[in-house]
Design a protein around this ligand. Structure first.
Ligand code: PEP
Length: 251
């Protein structure tokens, strides 16, 4: 059985004191949890402070991005070694907002995943189609290409988490229907199966896109949905803990 994961992507929100308070509330709310995995991705500035707060709790730390070099003259960038040093276990890579606003291309995403794994960190690879692509009926083509390019030359698939995040569902309040999401999750699992064989049964595939405590119950009930990457609803501890509690009820 795959271990479920609920990850909160705080995006460009929270000052350090706000992040510390939110992380404290989440870790208190999941005390004693052993069934699944809860991950928080605060902004870079709050990583070290949140790392201290979650020490000894079931919560793990993620960053929202990284650069693929270890060090050097790359003003404004953060390396995998720095993230490890700050206490991260996971790195979100290829989020649609990075692809859209910061020109994160599949080739860079592939390099980031390689360097992330080499540093002993685990990538959460985000893939997903735009509304136009869905309407053109090319969702599987687009998502399939993103997965294949991102994982090109990568062996350590057991350390990779994939998040299917339809772009049209991120931050819009329009989540995919559970059956629509499940179709893409099943497609991705089969694709990983074609690439890596039976280990695909162990690969965790999260759904992301306007997840709340009201819609997670039906999503997590789907066979190939192993959890959620949550944006907006992770910024308040009640909402985020509500999502985790719904997952716990269903799993
Ligand atoms: C995200 O940032 O990955 C996300 C899914 O955001 P939201 O839950 O706000 O749609």
């Amino acid at each position: 059985m795959r271990k479920w994961m609920v990850a909160g992507n705080w995006k460009m929100h929270t000052t350090i004191p706000e992040a510390v308070a939110l992380a404290g509330q989440v870790s208190a709310g999941v005390k004693g949890l052993s069934a699944g995995e809860v991950v928080l991705a605060p902004p870079f500035t709050a990583l070290a402070a949140v790392s201290d707060v979650i020490k000894g709790t079931p919560v793990s730390l993620a960053s929202q991005n990284m650069f693929y070099e270890e060090k050097g003259a790359y003003t404004g960038e953060i390396s995998p070694l720095m993230l490890k040093d700050a206490g991260c276990t996971y790195v979100i890579i290829g989020h649609s907002e990075r692809r859209k606003y910061f020109h994160d291309l599949d080739e860079n995403i592939n390099l980031k995943i390689k360097k992330c794994l080499a540093a002993g960190l685990k990538p959460i690879l985000c893939v997903g189609e735009t509304l136009e692509e869905r309407e053109q009926g090319i969702t599987e083509f687009v998502v399939g290409l993103q997965v294949k390019k991102a994982l090109y030359g990568i062996n350590a698939i057991d350390d990779v988490v994939i998040a299917y995040e339809p772009v049209w569902a991120i931050g819009t309040g329009k989540n995919a229907l559970p059956i629509e999401a499940e179709e893409v999750h099943r497609f991705v699992r089969h694709l990983v199966g074609d690439m890596y064989g039976e280990v695909c049964a162990r690969t965790r595939i999260l759904y992301g896109g306007s997840v709340t405590q009201d819609n997670i119950g039906d999503l997590i009930g789907m066979e190939d949905i192993d959890g959620a990457l949550v944006g907006g609803a992770s910024l308040k501890s009640e909402g985020f803990l509500g999502i985790i509690n719904k997952v716990l009820e269903k799993r």
